[in-house]
Design a protein around this ligand. Structure first.
Ligand code: 5GP
Ligand code: ZN
Length: 110
Protein backbone atom coordinates (compact mmCIF):
# COMPACT_ATOMS: atom_id res chain seq x y z
CA UNK A 1 0.00 0.00 0.00
CA UNK A 2 1.58 3.27 -1.12
CA UNK A 3 0.16 5.57 1.55
CA UNK A 4 1.16 3.49 4.57
CA UNK A 5 3.98 4.60 6.87
CA UNK A 6 5.11 1.08 7.72
CA UNK A 7 4.95 -0.11 4.09
CA UNK A 8 7.25 2.83 3.31
CA UNK A 9 9.61 1.73 6.08
CA UNK A 10 9.69 -1.83 4.64
CA UNK A 11 10.41 -0.35 1.19
CA UNK A 12 13.26 1.74 2.62
CA UNK A 13 11.52 4.97 1.60
CA UNK A 14 11.50 6.07 5.25
CA UNK A 15 14.60 5.22 7.30
CA UNK A 16 14.36 3.05 10.38
CA UNK A 17 16.69 1.33 12.80
CA UNK A 18 16.18 -2.13 11.39
CA UNK A 19 16.92 -5.06 13.68
CA UNK A 20 15.55 -7.98 11.63
CA UNK A 21 14.30 -8.80 8.16
CA UNK A 22 13.34 -11.97 6.33
CA UNK A 23 11.00 -12.76 3.43
CA UNK A 24 7.85 -12.13 5.45
CA UNK A 25 8.71 -9.81 8.33
CA UNK A 26 10.51 -6.63 9.23
CA UNK A 27 11.45 -5.37 12.71
CA UNK A 28 12.76 -1.98 13.76
CA UNK A 29 13.14 0.24 16.81
CA UNK A 30 10.15 2.36 17.80
CA UNK A 31 10.84 6.06 17.19
CA UNK A 32 9.37 6.92 20.59
CA UNK A 33 10.44 4.05 22.87
CA UNK A 34 8.24 3.25 25.88
CA UNK A 35 10.87 0.92 27.41
CA UNK A 36 14.67 0.43 27.27
CA UNK A 37 14.08 -1.82 24.30
CA UNK A 38 11.01 -1.16 22.16
CA UNK A 39 10.77 -3.01 18.87
CA UNK A 40 8.02 -3.11 16.29
CA UNK A 41 7.59 -6.37 14.38
CA UNK A 42 5.48 -6.14 11.24
CA UNK A 43 4.49 -8.42 8.38
CA UNK A 44 5.71 -7.14 5.02
CA UNK A 45 2.21 -7.84 3.73
CA UNK A 46 -0.08 -4.89 4.41
CA UNK A 47 -2.51 -6.21 7.01
CA UNK A 48 -4.38 -3.48 8.91
CA UNK A 49 -4.75 -5.24 12.27
CA UNK A 50 -6.04 -8.46 13.82
CA UNK A 51 -9.56 -7.66 12.57
CA UNK A 52 -8.22 -7.68 9.00
CA UNK A 53 -6.78 -11.21 9.17
CA UNK A 54 -7.99 -13.75 6.64
CA UNK A 55 -7.91 -17.56 6.93
CA UNK A 56 -4.97 -17.66 4.49
CA UNK A 57 -2.92 -15.61 7.00
CA UNK A 58 -2.93 -18.45 9.55
CA UNK A 59 0.56 -19.74 8.76
CA UNK A 60 1.98 -16.22 8.46
CA UNK A 61 0.66 -15.34 11.92
CA UNK A 62 2.11 -18.52 13.39
CA UNK A 63 5.47 -17.58 11.92
CA UNK A 64 5.08 -14.07 13.31
CA UNK A 65 4.55 -15.43 16.82
CA UNK A 66 7.68 -17.59 16.47
CA UNK A 67 9.65 -14.53 15.37
CA UNK A 68 8.91 -12.71 18.65
CA UNK A 69 11.13 -14.89 20.91
CA UNK A 70 13.79 -14.92 18.21
CA UNK A 71 13.96 -11.12 18.38
CA UNK A 72 13.85 -11.12 22.17
CA UNK A 73 16.84 -13.47 22.23
CA UNK A 74 18.69 -11.33 19.68
CA UNK A 75 18.12 -8.30 21.97
CA UNK A 76 19.14 -10.27 25.08
CA UNK A 77 15.79 -9.66 26.75
CA UNK A 78 15.22 -11.81 29.84
CA UNK A 79 11.53 -10.95 29.85
CA UNK A 80 9.38 -8.83 27.62
CA UNK A 81 5.86 -7.69 26.84
CA UNK A 82 4.18 -8.11 23.46
CA UNK A 83 1.26 -5.85 22.57
CA UNK A 84 -0.79 -5.29 19.45
CA UNK A 85 -3.35 -2.48 19.40
CA UNK A 86 -6.42 -3.03 17.24
CA UNK A 87 -8.46 -0.09 15.98
CA UNK A 88 -8.45 3.56 17.04
CA UNK A 89 -10.35 2.73 20.22
CA UNK A 90 -7.73 0.07 20.97
CA UNK A 91 -5.00 2.70 20.76
CA UNK A 92 -3.85 1.89 17.22
CA UNK A 93 -2.26 4.90 15.50
CA UNK A 94 -0.49 3.23 12.57
CA UNK A 95 -2.87 1.07 10.55
CA UNK A 96 -0.41 -1.61 9.48
CA UNK A 97 -0.43 -4.45 11.99
CA UNK A 98 2.51 -4.48 14.37
CA UNK A 99 3.55 -6.25 17.53
CA UNK A 100 5.23 -4.01 20.07
CA UNK A 101 8.01 -5.88 21.90
CA UNK A 102 8.98 -4.08 25.09
CA UNK A 103 11.70 -5.04 27.52
CA UNK A 104 14.91 -4.12 29.26
CA UNK A 105 14.52 -2.96 32.84
CA UNK A 106 11.55 -4.45 34.73
CA UNK A 107 8.26 -3.33 33.25
CA UNK A 108 5.47 -1.99 35.46
CA UNK A 109 2.49 -4.28 36.08
CA UNK A 110 -0.26 -4.15 33.51
P1 5GP B 1 0.26 2.02 17.69
O1 5GP B 1 -0.21 3.16 18.56
O2 5GP B 1 -0.32 2.10 16.31
O3 5GP B 1 0.06 0.68 18.34
O4 5GP B 1 1.82 2.16 17.59
C1 5GP B 1 2.48 2.89 16.61
C2 5GP B 1 3.91 3.01 17.02
O5 5GP B 1 4.66 3.43 15.91
C3 5GP B 1 4.14 4.04 18.13
O6 5GP B 1 4.76 3.40 19.26
C4 5GP B 1 5.04 5.08 17.48
O7 5GP B 1 6.01 5.59 18.37
C5 5GP B 1 5.67 4.31 16.33
N1 5GP B 1 6.02 5.12 15.18
C6 5GP B 1 5.24 6.06 14.58
N2 5GP B 1 5.86 6.59 13.53
C7 5GP B 1 7.08 5.97 13.45
C8 5GP B 1 8.19 6.11 12.54
O8 5GP B 1 8.20 6.90 11.60
N3 5GP B 1 9.27 5.30 12.79
C9 5GP B 1 9.31 4.42 13.83
N4 5GP B 1 10.41 3.70 13.98
N5 5GP B 1 8.27 4.27 14.69
C10 5GP B 1 7.17 5.04 14.51
ZN1 ZN C 1 1.27 -1.01 5.21
Amino acid sequence: MTDCLFCKIVAGEIPSQTVFEDDDFFAFRDISPKADTHLLLIPKKHIVNLDDLQPEDEALMGKMMLTVPKLAKQENLEGYRTITNTGAKGGQEVFHMHFHILGGSKLPGF
